[in-house]
Design a protein around this ligand. Structure first.
Ligand code: RP5
Length: 182
């Protein structure tokens, strides 16, 4: 899960294969099916990332170490997915100045509404940018990170523009079934 492709970012440090720009973390391997939508998008844009399981409640020490080292390791964004009482994104945001983008993972009993509220309702002072529950949220978190990185990277901005244009053209080409005859 360590992607080493780089988008030609101006930050030369982060062009090194062992220094991905984006950390993608999640509370459990059971989150992977959803979080893969974020890494797929980063891969599509050639943005380097490393994905791994860091559980806030099962690996609190690892989480603290990850946060403390994040900036110096070259991370410039962290996408954090979690489900249920989803404290990983907020805790990670408290441990580093690297911006955290939270993805609420659908939970078994409350369908991710618990995850959403746990992530979005951060008290004032430590923000977590929070996205939609599930696959769309994971993909959009990556797109948002890409947009942020693109502000200092014209080639990446051009890729983002082309991505949106393709999406617009696809929507324009959509057709609906013919209306039923009376
Ligand atoms: C959270 O607990 C994880 O983010 C996951 O969404 C949820 C359930 O984890 P598992 O019991 O499936 O490992 O920490």
């Amino acid at each position: 899960m360590n992607n080493t492709v780089n988008p030609g970012n101006q930050n030369t440090e982060s062009q090194q294969a062992d220094q991905p720009l984006v950390g993608v973390i999640m509370g459990s391997s059971s989150d992977w099916d959803v979080m893969k939508n974020a890494t797929d998008m980063l891969e599509q844009f050639g943005v380097s990332y490393k994905a791994q399981v860091i559980s806030a409640h099962r690996m609190p020490q690892d989480m603290a170490e990850y946060g403390a080292a994040a900036y110096d390791r070259g991370l410039r964004a962290i996408i954090a997915g979690a489900g249920g009482a989803a404290h990983l994104p907020g805790m990670m945001a408290a441990l580093t100045e690297v911006p955290v983008f939270g993805v609420p993972v659908p939970s078994r009993y409350l369908r991710g509404e618990d995850s959403l509220l746990s992530i979005v309702q951060m008290p004032k002072g430590i923000p977590v940018a929070t996205f939609a529950i599930g696959e769309a949220g994971a993909a959009n978190a990556a797109l948002h990170v890409i947009a942020m990185l693109a502000m200092n990277n014209p080639a990446l901005r051009e890729q983002l523009r082309a991505f949106r244009e393709k999406q617009t053209n696809a929507a324009r080409a959509m057709t609906l079934p013919p209306a039923p005859q009376n």
